[in-house]
Design a protein around this ligand. Structure first.
Ligand SMILES: C[S@@+](CC[C@H](N)C(=O)[O-])C[C@H]1O[C@@H](n2cnc3c(N)ncnc32)[C@H](O)[C@@H]1O
Length: 279
């Protein structure tokens, strides 16, 4: 089996998602991005590092919060994400997007007031070690703010299991890759708290929100699915099998997500965790 660098593979998936990421008309990552900036209390003049900035769902609200007297540095390893976010930020001279590996951010210690990481910690092979490195980039009293899916995302629902089962017959087998992001993106409350505690971060607050996403049609759902990192599940379906796979997924949508007002509605529990470096 050909050995593919897991990070290059993940970056490739996000590059292919980038043109439509949070751009299909379905709100998914926008609301938690804005909420993370609010919960972190990001304010005028602060220096913010946004790890895994993607198309800027955290980055742009942070840029608005710090204003021209502050700075926001976005880091992403996916070139198309970086290019599109850089273009969108062209009128904001106090922000910049840079290439880098968020697992090992290359910045001096104590150089930021706030470090944010929106829906990317599950790509870290050792999340506790990553959180400890991120905490070291904060000035004393600075805040680390991350967003994750809440474990209740899968509790009490068979939607994701049914969706996976419906797609499986159409998928090519996946190469097993060490370090590949977990399919299971839930970050259980106690695990997240453990990462923060081990990094000696204090005053941990956890806030849950449920994001309601409306998909006007099954086509809209498919287009949205292709716009997020989970598109890699669809990339395993050979083109000639896509129509049948779509029909199978529509049945699952009809079973689980039908909205009385038309189309489909998903409700996704998410968690924002914020804590402070002592001092
Ligand atoms: C799910 S997206 C989240 C984007 C954005 N933070 C948001 O909340 O919408 C994850 C992003 O993290 C980036 N990413 C994942 N692992 C990374 C790493 N090790 N270094 C840099 N970027 C990474 C991906 O390229 C992608 O843009």
């Amino acid at each position: 089996m050909r050995d593919v660098d897991p990070k290059a593979r993940i970056a490739g998936v996000f590059d292919r998602a980038a043109p439509t990421y949070e751009q299909t008309g379905v709100e998914f990552y926008g609301p938690p991005g804005r909420a993370l900036v609010a919960h972190a209390g990001i304010t005028t003049g602060e220096r913010v590092l946004d790890l895994g900035c993607g198309r800027g769902n955290v980055f742009f609200p942070a840029a608005a919060a710090v204003g021209p007297t502050g700075t926001v540095v976005g880091v992403d390893f996916a070139p198309v994400m970086r290019r599109l976010t850089t273009e969108a930020a062209k009128d904001l001279p106090w922000v910049r997007v840079t290439a880098g590996d968020a697992e090992y951010p290359d910045f001096p210690p104590c150089s930021f007031d706030v470090v944010t990481a929106g829906f990317m910690i599950f790509f870290m092979p050792d999340p506790a070690a990553a959180v400890a490195r991120w905490a070291g980039l904060l000035r004393p009293g600075g805040r680390l703010a991350i967003s994750t899916f809440a474990e209740s995302m899968t509790a009490g629902t068979t939607f994701y299991a049914d969706r996976a089962a419906a797609l499986a017959p159409f998928q090519r087998p996946e190469q097993a890759l060490a370090g590949d992001a977990r399919e299971e993106h839930d970050a259980q409350r106690d695990r997240v708290r453990g990462w923060f505690d081990r990094a000696d971060l204090t005053g941990v607050t956890m806030t849950e929100l449920t994001v309601r996403s409306h998909y006007p049609s099954a086509d809209a759902y498919w287009a949205w699915w292709l716009s997020v990192g989970a598109r890699r599940q669809l990339e395993r379906v050979p083109p000639h099998r896509v129509p049948a796979a779509r029909a199978a997924i529509t049945e699952v949508l009809d079973k689980h997500l039908r909205h009385p007002g038309g189309g489909y509605l998903s409700e996704t529990p998410m968690r924002l965790t914020v804590a402070r470096r002592p001092g």
